[in-house]
Design a protein around this ligand. Structure first.
Ligand code: HTL
Ligand code: MG
Length: 615
């Protein structure tokens, strides 16, 4: 194995082209083997193997800084930067991260997970380098999806102005997680056609004319059609960047050759590299959407597995049905059609569906525009990515109390994606915003009830639900629940567990049949059900949530009790004030003490030890 001889990127410098090509295949096998075990970002990483090898061959990491946007495509980078022995621990608790992470390796230039940050970071690094009188290369690798983000585009604007020396590699596979969207993406396709036309033209002069005059005619016509494009100004030039490409991102020799040349250039350069998502693994090439981030699979017989019926699908089914009745309903996703359960919706209601690309800010503010002109937009968004649109929530939606519904998916601990992706801040950052109401359903029926009602309220509402499966609600059933009212699920005589969202299940499990322990589905966080809280304040209270303890549901309960002048004994369970890395959801919940065991322990501390013993 060539990989056996590669312990750092410097070792690549000794290898012949043939050895490097063999290494690329070995790396692919290793990526497939380990993602089959652990799940992970398979297709993206397979597509970037040659690019990564060429970069590490030509540049000198860690002196030169190679930044991977999102960082999910960098498995080959991990394998050649001294982590091959730990690569089997990818995304496992205690193992290496699925993204690049500064604290994990000196070769990881940035900590990433969220998209579109690399260009601004590269600019910052180039500025620091020049100010400190240092000399190294800064290379940012950014996908066509990540380049749909406003942050990346805004950084380009400044990069073009400042003219610092840096190399931007656009890794264009025409895919975000779904098909990529946006005007630039269309333009990239046109550039690829132009390249094809030029290649054909060269080939045509020498060979084609002789072999097939018809085919040559075709090329001529294509050239004619592409003429407009040929003469159009390249937007990167307009931005002040040198544009080079498109080049074949799997041609190792060609890539090394061109990178060697680009190294010598001053100012910012963008190299447009065309890659195939899933390259080298048939199923992933054929269906890069499923294989973008599959769970484990059998590498010999790779098959799609149904992960069960998720909250995302429950949401997708609900809005699909609702939209048939509510002509003003409109759903926006920032690049997460599949993840947010919106495939069916997008097919049944294409005219009231929008994938804006990886730009959560644009998703929220477009919703504001829709709401200002009479539509009822729902922004389907992951908790962690809504962080990107906080000002838009306040400034564009909440101030004028606009009817925008935020369907917040992946709320709480999300598991293997780790610290960058856990959705554990949304309650804290949303509950301080006036006008905005916050709810969390206990099951798919309650989700339907909340969605339906939220659309009628006339102001912003956030509905949060976890990364988990849920029992399917029957089609056509639309229950009503009293808005703002909690639900006593189990009566108790000494203590009430107030559970928000997913933790209700843990609370019921912990309470068992102990008559002293009551359980409340505290499904509305804002407004809180103060009436019920006042009643319950006669008992001891234990709040539990899958969210930071600070500023979360428990805090809201404490604040309300304080305002009402009530002083029951209260204990708050939630995530402590630290970041959680990757791991399984149950394991991380256990560590945070918010699962059934943690709740039992808390009950014991509140003097209900018997409950603990019985369990
Ligand atoms: N929104 C933000 C701000 N960050 C992320 N990471 C997402 C959403 C979710 N996401 C990914 S990977 C990805 C998205 C949308 C597609 C990136 O496409 P790109 O790369 O073209 O940049 P490719 O996979 O190689 O085609 C993750 O969460 C990992
Ligand atoms: Mg892409």
């Amino acid at each position: 194995m060539v990989l056996d001889r590669v312990n750092s990127p410097e070792d690549l410098k000794q290898l012949s082209l043939e050895e490097l090509q063999a290494l690329a295949e070995e790396i692919r096998s290793e990526i497939i083997r380990v993602t089959a075990q652990n799940g992970g970002h398979l297709a993206s990483s397979l597509g970037a193997v040659e690019l990564i090898l060429a970069l590490h061959r030509v540049f000198h990491s860690p002196k030169d800084r190679i930044l991977f946007d999102v960082g999910h495509q960098a498995y080959a980078h991990k394998l050649v930067t001294g982590r091959k022995d730990r690569f089997h621990t990818l995304r496992q608790e205690g193992g290496i991260s699925g993204f690049t992470k500064v604290s994990e390796s000196e070769h990881d230039a940035i900590t990433a997970g969220h998209a579109s940050t690399s260009l601004a970071q590269a600019l910052g690094m180039a500025l620091a380098r020049d100010l400190l009188g240092e000399d190294y290369h800064v290379v940012a690798v950014i996908g066509d999806g990540a380049l749909t983000g406003g942050m990346a585009l805004a950084a380009l604007n400044k990069i073009g102005e400042l003219q610092k020396r840096m190399l931007i590699i656009l890794n264009d596979n025409e895919m975000s997680i779904s098909e990529n969207v946006g005007a630039l993406n269309k333009y990239f396709k046109e550039l690829q056609i132009r390249k094809w036309v030029q290649d054909m033209e060269k080939l045509g002069r020498s060979v084609l004319e002789r072999i097939s005059p018809q085919l040559f005619g075709l090329v001529d016509r294509a050239k004619e059609a592409a003429k407009l494009i040929l003469h159009q100004e390249n937007p990167f030039y307009a931005w002040g960047l040198r544009y080079i490409g498109p080049v074949d991102g799997h041609d190792l020799k060609g890539l090394m050759h061109i990178l060697e040349h680009l190294k010598a250039l001053e100012g910012p350069t963008l190299l447009h590299v065309v890659t195939k998502k899933g390259k080298g693994y048939k199923v992933a090439e054929a269906d890069p959407i499923y294989w973008h981030g599959p769970p484990g699979f059998d590498p010999k017989k790779p098959e799609k597995v149904s992960k069960g019926y998720s909250w995302s699908q429950a949401f997708g089914d609900a809005v699909t049905e609702l939209a048939h009745r509510e002509p003003r309903l409109f759903v926006i996703t920032p690049a997460m059609r599949e993840g947010s359960g919106l495939v069916r919706y997008s097919l049944e209601h294409p005219e009231r569906y929008l994938d804006v690309g990886i730009c959560e800010d644009v998703a929220v503010t477009t919703a504001a525009g829709l709401a200002l002109r009479g539509m009822k937009p729902i922004v389907a968004i992951y908790s962690t990515f809504l962080q990107r649109a906080y000002d838009q929530v306040i400034h564009d939606v909440a101030i004028e109390n606009l009817p925008v519904v935020f369907a917040i998916d992946r709320a709480g601990i999300v598991g293997a994606d780790g610290a960058t992706h856990h959705g554990v801040f949304d309650i804290a950052y949303l509950r301080t915003v006036p006008n905005l109401q916050i709810a969390a359903p206990k099951d798919a029926l309650e989700l339907r009830a909340m969605l339906q009602k939220a659309l009628e309220l006339g102001g912003p509402v956030a509905i949060r639900y976890p990364r988990d499966n849920v029992e399917r609600a029957p089609e056509g059933v639309w229950p009503e629940i009293p808005w703002g009212k909690w639900e006593v699920v189990k009566e108790g005589t000494e203590v009430y567990i107030l559970a928000f969202g997913k933790t209700l299940r843990y609370a019921l499990e912990a309470a068992g049949d102990d008559p002293r322990v009551g359980v409340v589905n505290a499904r509305f966080l804002k407004p809180l059900d103060r009436e019920m809280l006042r009643e319950l304040a006669r008992y001891k209270l234990l709040t539990v949530e899958d969210h930071q303890r600070m500023g979360g549901f428990g805090s809201a309960v404490l604040e309300a009790l304080n305002e009402m002048g009530l002083k029951p004994e209260v204990k708050v369970l939630g995530l402590p004030d630290r970041f959680f890395e990757h791991g399984t959801i149950p394991s991380l919940h256990r560590q945070a003490g918010i699962d059934a065991e943690g709740i039992r322990k808390a009950l014991a501390e509140m003097g209900l030890a018997l409950v603990h013993e019985r369990a």
